[in-house]
Design a protein around this ligand. Structure first.
Ligand SMILES: [Zn+2]
Ligand SMILES: [Zn+2]
Length: 258
């Protein structure tokens, strides 16, 4: 492991936000007999006996890293839910390479959902959120070639809270099975221990929908057998080598990082 990584000071050298640690955490959870579910599975009523974890990925940026995470999970026999933005300045979900990423994830059996930002879109552009949400879902389904049943609100560095528009009832009215934080159709955020890698290389923990001061890594919660878990991992902050090395071809040999 390369020492001195920028997030090690916060999380400890073993718990950096790197793909090898994510793999180790997921493998440890499987060893601990956690069962992994997609959000769609849970919305459909799946409630396994024993410990389970619902695994969600919001693709805020760098969809190629979602593919790396999806492949890793596929090798471990884990299915997760991947939510893609369609208005991001950071990437075009419907560009050729990203459509290929979405289709590969879908082909592995991962759930594909819409990472929505209706309040930001309306505030920034004047677009009607309802019409764009319906059209975005249809377009995502068209390229993924699987049903898109879930929507998860994106939270950006704006004053807007996209959840103000996209309540569970409105999500249903617009043709979605569930919204990722709703109480009515998914009902998971307030009932599970919710963990997210959040921003600035910290974990955040919520119990009963309220944030706690626990910033320990997911691996500690898994070691403690906490369940049920609702885990949000943003793939773009889990590089193989370094946050700024997206194309593996540009990465230096291991020893050169020291
Ligand atoms: Zn850890
Ligand atoms: Zn997001």
């Amino acid at each position: 492991m390369d020492e001195g990584h920028f997030c090690d000071a916060l999380l400890g050298p073993a718990c950096g936000f790197r793909l090898d640690h994510l793999e180790a955490v997921l493998a440890a959870a499987l060893d601990g007999r956690y069962i992994f579910l997609t959000c769609g599975d849970y919305a459909d009523g799946a409630r396994p006996a024993g410990n389970f974890a619902v695994l969600r990925h919001d693709v805020d940026a760098l969809p190629i890293r979602a593919l790396s995470v999806g492949r890793l999970e596929h090798q471990l026999g884990i299915l997760a839910s991947y939510f893609f933005r369609v208005h991001a300045n950071e990437y075009n979900a419907f560009g050729f390479e990203n459509v290929a990423v979405i289709r590969q994830l879908a082909a592995m059996g991962h759930e594909i959902g819409l990472h929505a930002e209706p309040v930001d879109l309306a505030a920034a552009t004047g677009c009607d959120p309802a019409g764009t949400l319906v059209a975005s879902r249809a377009m995502l389904e068209a390229v993924a070639d699987v049903p898109v049943r879930g929507v998860a609100c994106h939270n950006d560095v704006t004053p807007d809270n996209n959840l103000d528009y996209l309540t569970g009832a409105r999500a249903r009215a617009l043709g979605f099975r569930y919204e990722a934080y709703d109480d009515e159709n998914l009902g998971l955020f307030r009932t599970a221990t919710y963990l997210t890698d959040g921003h600035y290389w910290r974990w955040r923990s919520f119990i009963g929908g309220r944030r706690t001061d626990d910033e320990r890594c997911l691996c500690r919660h898994v070691a403690d057998g906490v369940a049920p878990l609702y885990v949000l991992v943003h793939p773009h902050v889990w590089p193989r080598r370094h946050f700024h090395l997206v194309d593996e071809a540009a990465a230096m040999p291991d020893g050169a990082l020291r």
